[in-house]
Design a protein around this ligand. Structure first.
Ligand code: PEP
Ligand code: MG
Length: 912
């Protein structure tokens, strides 16, 4: 069975019927006014894409279901006297706005156009419908460049002195049909098919094919939608919004998708077909205006919207058409929303009793929270407003104005410029430019135009419909009221929260959500920001539900304090290398150049108090919480001058006859320590084993700092972490040394609290021999940066900037493995090491301190593997807390049946 009638499906069948089909079925079964129709399954599409042919049964199934629609409407497809017309619409499991094809008015022919004119009593309407069919069929089914049709339309408008399409009369449109038909014949080498069924079959095939259109592929990669899902195809009886002033079409949201505010939001366009609204080609009016024109349909629409919200228990967006006063529902789905709206709506739904707290938590995510932590424009700063449009997608973006996708991509990628893409309106062809830009500014279209919908989906700042702007793409400039001209390359600032556009750069300030996390804003205060309140509520739920702890990677006392206020329960990684930089380099130089034990000891003695003081301050900032200090990791040459620079200096001095013996010794040392692959060289535990006294000095500084803090009445909980261990012997040797040093400090100071010693697991060999290593380690912390580097053989400092964009484009992976954990490879090593480590030491503590500790998807994996905590940069701590809570909630939900994907509307969520 490759086809489901709308009455046969339901909202949970998105895999098979796509989002649109499943929700049309749901609405049909709710008794809402949906035009009759049916859905061809994604399975049929997959077979078509694999074999190049539709499944054999499809033809007869289409016939049977079409007959059903014909009966329901009392008309036959393409009947010359009174034709049934259908639309053929794509609809994948995950919404891909505007990425795939749709063909409307299938069934119109040279004959049936006359029947339609007669039945509708409207010649103009019939010819307009026919020319739309020719245009869409020509473009999507026959692959003809749309510009041919656009030019012909513009020519007729010019000839007739018409400003808008609606100003063209029946005669003009009949002429246009003739022109369009000759474009079809000339460009495709065949006449437009006059057999309605042939039109239908070709359109279905074209929709299948559009799954693999380049723009759809780009969108899928960007949104991490699997490439093998295929699309469903909906065949729906046409209803017309362009049958005169009592007809129209619109898009509505049950709450504001930008802010989350309760109410009815949307755009309406009288006397138009649906694609006109989404494409943003004509400017719409606010939905509330419909109430003045058609009270009854408006009241019915509000009623339906309330029904849908109650039924889906979420914000819904809706597409509808009014045909001569009668309301028809064409689509609904759980609507996309901005990050701020997601948090507000989730909490509103809890307060309205529609969802439980766990469900509310599941409906927001760490990516959204991270977005709310972005800075905003400083309201007190001087600004030069030049226009105002719609606040389509929030945020503050500053960049150079560019007017086409090619330039946006070129400037952003090659010149590393921040750019704002300025267009009259965007189309799916602008996708690459939108991805490259910091923000998007358009002069036409409402909050549901292509630019707005796609920008919100990407979390990108967007101001749309800034009508006062005269945008001249051809000359690369726009003019604002008062004659202000902005040319390509000029800097502008756009505020997606207010819709304002400013000339020049406006300074940005911290977001209130960050100020809340830093303890500057009281979420329960009477005048508290609703968004801050919502974030606080959901963070409280997340903290309550999560099993994993969240620590921070922090090297300085200020970072530690900041991390603590962000909710970090300790430091999971305190890198000590910065403590050897700046002024202190000279001590490292002395250490490296030391001839004989005395000189070396003197250098170490000089470093000891500095290190100790660093640790005292960090332990004070994290008093009572664990602080994992990692012994020195990077190769020593990083602390020495650059080989080339030093060689030049020495050579020049020699030429002048003024050789510096210090420089000469330094140069010898730099040469001696030079490595071809320093990341695989003398670093990590290897340093501790071959540079005498270095690790000992660090351990002494750590233990003495703890003793000082304890003497001062503090509660120091320090842990010593040994990096880059690959063999248990390495850990044994360095551990013995550390234990000896700690024992000596204990004896001298009387300090007695435990100082656990553990290791980082950041080499495949460590992961594979974790059982042995755990015998000598009290904890493991997965260094997934190095583990990714060494598992893939990718130089972490080089590959992301060189060939990763090609790898992402070719689909080798959907996200960089340095950003999101590679579950199948690196993740497998983490799992093996966790299981074998715990098998040999039951109370082995497990954490992760690579960048992945703050990545939403990776946090779910670490929860799943059973780690005790994740550690990430201070700014990501709230994200990790939220995701650790979500991971616990989602895992509990799927526990009885195993790890199935939650039926979430967001593909990124569902793939977790
Ligand atoms: C790691 O390798 O994951 C890690 C945290 O250490 P670093 O990034 O300092 O090498
Ligand atoms: Mg590392």
């Amino acid at each position: 069975m490759f086809i489901y009638d709308f009455a046969q499906g339901n909202k949970d069948m998105r895999d098979l019927l796509g989002g649109k089909g499943a929700n049309l079925a749901e609405m049909t079964n709710l008794g809402l006014p949906v035009p009759p129709g049916f859905t061809i399954t994604t399975e049929a599409c997959r077979i078509y894409l694999e074999t190049g042919r539709e499944p054999a049964e499809l033809h007869d199934e289409v016939t049977a279901h079409l007959t059903g629609v014909e009966k329901a409407r009392g008309k036959t497809l393409g009947d010359p006297g009174d034709p049934l017309l259908v639309s053929v619409r794509s609809g994948a499991k995950f919404s891909m706005p505007g990425m795939m094809d749709t063909v409307l008015n299938i069934g119109l022919t040279d004959q049936s156009v006359r029947g339609l004119a007669e039945q509708a009593g409207d010649e103009r309407f019939a010819w307009d419908s026919y020319r739309r069919l020719l245009q869409m069929f020509g473009r999507t089914v026959l692959g003809i460049d749309g510009a041919h049709f656009d030019e012909a339309l513009e020519d007729v408008k010019r000839e007739r002195g018409a400003e808008h399409d609606v100003d063209l009369d029946a005669d003009a449109l009949r002429g246009l049909v003739t022109t369009y038909k000759s474009i079809v014949s000339e460009e495709s080498g065949r006449d437009f098919p006059q057999d309605p069924r042939e039109q239908l079959d070709a359109a279905v095939r074209a929709v299948f094919d559009s799954w693999n259109a380049p723009r759809a592929e780009t969108y899928r990669r960007q949104e991490r939608i699997p490439a093998d899902l295929g699309t469903a195809v909906n065949v729906v009886a046409m209803v017309f919004g362009n049958l005169g002033p009592d007809s129209g079409t619109g898009v509505a949201f049950t709450r504001d998708p930008a802010s989350g505010a309760r109410g009815i939001y949307g755009d309406y366009l009288a006397n138009a077909q649906g694609e006109d609204v989404v494409a943003g080609i004509r400017n719409t009016v606010p939905l509330a205006d419909l109430g003045q024109h058609n009270k009854e349909a408006y009241a019915q629409l509000l009623d339906i919207m309330a029904t849908l919200e109650g039924h889906y228990r979420d914000l819904c967006d809706i597409e509808f058409t009014i045909e001569r006063g009668r309301l028809w529902m064409l689509q609904t789905r759980v609507g996309k929303r901005t990050a701020a709206a997601a948090f507000r709506i989730a909490v509103q739904l809890v307060d309205e009793g529609l969802v439980e707290e766990d469900e509310a938590l599941a409906r927001v995510d760490g990516h959204q929270l991270a977005q709310l932590m972005f800075p905003r424009f400083d309201e007190r700063a001087h600004r030069t407003p030049i226009a105002k449009g719609m606040n389509a997608s929030p945020g503050a973006a500053v960049g150079r104005a560019v007017f086409d996708t090619g330039t946006a991509v070129d400037w952003a990628q090659n010149a590393h410029e921040q750019v704002i893409l300025v267009r009259r309106e965007t189309t799916p062809d602008d996708l690459d430019g939108m991805i490259a830009a910091r923000g998007i500014l358009t002069s036409r279209g409402g909050k549901t135009s292509h630019a707005a919908v796609v920008a919100r989906g990407m979390g990108k700042t967007c101001v749309c419909g800034a009508e006062e702007l005269e945008i001249d793409v051809g000359h690369g400039l726009f003019t604002a009221p008062g004659g202000v001209e902005v040319r390509e390359g000029d800097v502008i600032s756009i505020d997606g929260t207010s819709g304002e556009v400013f000339l020049g750069e406006v300074p940005v300030v911290d977001s209130p959500v960050v100020r809340y996390f830093e303890g500057e804003l009281e979420p329960d205060a009477a005048d508290a920001d609703e968004l801050v309140g919502a974030v606080h509520r959901l963070m409280t739920v997340a903290d309550d539900r999560r099993r994993m702890g969240v620590r921070a990677n922090a090297d300085m006392p200020e970072d530690a304090a900041r991390a603590r206020s962000m909710g970090a329960a300790g430091i999971g990684l305190c890198r000590t290398e910065h403590m050897f930089l700046g002024d202190r380099r000279r001590y490292v130089e002395r250490l490296i150049l030391a001839e004989g034990e005395r000189e070396r000891e003197e250098a170490l003695e000089a470093l000891l108090p500095l290190q100790r003081d660093d640790f005292v301050q960090i332990l004070a900032a994290m008093d009572g919480l664990p602080v994992t200090v990692r012994l020195l990791d990077p190769p020593l040459h990083e602390f020495l001058p650059d080989l080339t620079e030093l060689s030049v200096r020495v050579a020049l001095a020699r030429e002048r006859g003024k050789e510096d013996s210090g420089d000469l010794r330094l140069l010898q040392a730099v040469r001696r320590l030079h490595e071809q692959n320093p990341m695989l060289g003398l670093r990590g535990v290897r340093l501790a084993l071959v540079v005498p006294g270095l690790a000992t000095m660090q351990v002494r500084a750590i233990a003495e700092a703890a003793a000082i803090r304890a003497d001062a009445g503090g509660d120091p909980r320090v842990e010593v972490m040994i990096p880059l261990v690959g063999a248990v012997q390495e850990l044994e040797l360095s551990r013995e040394d550390a234990e000896r040093t700690i024992a000596e400090v204990r004896q001298r100071t009387g300090f007695s609290a435990p100082i656990p010693i553990g290791t980082m697991v950041e080499l495949p060999r460590a992961a594979l021999t974790a059982g042995e290593i755990a015998q000598v380690a009290e904890f493991f912390s997965f260094g997934t940066n190095d583990l990714t580097q060494t598992t893939w053989g990718f130089s972490r400092d080089d590959v992301e900037g060189s060939f990763f964009s090609a790898y992402l484009e070719k689909g080798v992976f959907g996200a960089s493995p340095f950003e999101s954990i590679d579950v199948g490879g690196v993740g497998r090593l983490v799992r093996i090491a966790s299981e074998e480590g715990r098998a040999s030491r039951r109370d082995l503590k497990l954490g992760v301190c690579g960048e992945h500790g703050g990545d939403p998807e990776s946090v779910h994996f670490f929860h799943d593997v059973g780690l005790d905590y994740v550690s990430c940069s201070a700014f990501r701590v709230p994200v990790a807390r939220l995701e650790a809570g979500r991971a616990a909630v989602l895992a509990a939900r799927t526990a009885p049946t195993g790890p199935t994907a939650p039926t979430d509307s967001d593909p990124a969520n569902a793939s977790r």
